[in-house]
Ligand binder design. Structure first.
Ligand code: TYM
Length: 325
């Protein structure tokens, strides 16, 4: 049986990129094995964040998970900080990943570039160690993520190999699984850049008003060719909109292209906006219902209980392996 694990970091507001690349795909995995889907709140501290924002975002993600169809009876939903094994395993695993490899991580390079060199937190640099700990703690075999997290899962695989070579078969080898269409949704205002929570220009936020979403899509940057065709290099804007459309409709890019043969960009954008709204409007409604129900705290408590059971067993295995009494 598979073990599925993934998480979302409660930094800025969740985007349509997070939805298409990760959130919307989690539900299907519930049927494949036991699922652990958590809120990576310790990871959110790697960049400055207001305490109140962190609290709000964390609850939001829990409600988003439920609104996306995660069933607490099949899937354990919990907060990373409620399960101390994450921090404890992190303290051990930091000795088995190297500064050289951590400094080559694209996400670290991107994020640290924007900071004063003297003030880059150690946590931002060591981020992949905690993420690797998150994954191996649950003996995860499948890690559903968007494109930008593949490198971190690959590093986790290197860690597993290194650790098991030294101590025997202690950790389970995970595998990143990305969605066929939509693993990298780009910004609507600059389609050469990833749509990102920490770079809100050109983002569609999952909490945006429906009319705002429509406006953002209608004014998305395109090109002057007036042909709806997938070509990432020369037509990044149109390719991104095609990707959004195809992923939400559950069709291939080729089928989406066929649907808009001969259509002008106005018609095409309207269809993309309709598809986004048809999906997100009911999702938002469910989200608000969960958020206001008090059910979220109950779900998080139950999830943490099961998460502690599984993760403490792994932690014990690791303690024994390395010689901690
Ligand atoms: P985070 O919070 O940045 O993003 C959550 C998920 O959304 C995906 N994603 C995207 N997919 C498509 N297009 C985009 N523009 C886009 N932007 C984000 C991400 O790939 C991710 O799957 N480090 C993780 C959180 C984490 C984690 C883990 C994930 C912590 N521990 C263990 C898996 C397993 C992160 O910051 O994701």
């Amino acid at each position: 049986m598979e073990r599925i694990l993934s998480g979302i970091k409660p930094t800025g507001q969740l985007t349509l990129g997070n939805y298409i690349g990760a959130l919307k795909n989690f539900k299907a995995f519930q049927e494949q094995g036991e699922c652990f889907i958590f809120i990576a709140d310790l990871h959110a501290l790697t960049l400055p964040i207001e305490p109140e924002t962190l609290r709000t975002n964390s609850r939001d993600i829990a409600a988003f998970y439920l609104a996306a169809g995660l069933d607490p009876n099949k899937c354990n939903i919990f907060l990373q900080s409620h399960v101390s094994a994450h921090a404890e395993l992190n303290a051990i695993m930091q000795n088995y990943l190297y500064m050289g490899e951590l400094s080559r991580m694209t996400q670290f390079k991107d994020k640290s570039q924007k900071l004063n060199k003297e003030k880059i937190g150690l946590g931002l640099f060591a981020y992949p160690v905690l993420m690797a700990s998150d994954i191996v703690l649950y003996d995860a075999t499948i890690v559903p993520v968007g494109d930008d997290q593949i490198q971190h899962v690959e590093l986790t695989r290197d860690l597993v190999k290194r650790f098991n070579n030294r101590y025997g078969d202690i950790l389970i080898m995970p595998k990143a699984v990305v969605t066929k269409v939509g693993a990298r949704i780009m910004s609507l205002s600059d389609p050469t850049k990833k749509m990102s929570k920490s770079d809100p220009k050109g983002d569609i936020f999952l909490k945006d008003d429906i009319n705002v979403m429509r406006k953002k899509i209608m004014s998305a940057v395109t090109d002057s060719e007036a042909i709806v065709k997938f070509d990432r290099e020369n037509k990044p804007g149109i390719s991104n909109l095609l990707t959004i459309y195809a992923s939400l409709k559950g069709i291939s890019i080729e089928d989406a292209e066929k649907e808009f043969e001969g259509a002008n960009y106005g018609t095409f954008k309207r269809a993309v906006a309709d598809a986004v709204i048809a999906e997100i409007e009911p999702f938002q409604k469910r989200y608000f219902e969960y958020l206001n129900s008090g059910y979220v705290d109950e779900v998080l408590e139950k999830g943490a209980k099961r998460a502690r059971e599984i993760s403490n067993a792994t932690l014990k295995r690791v303690h024994d392996a390395v010689g901690l009494l």
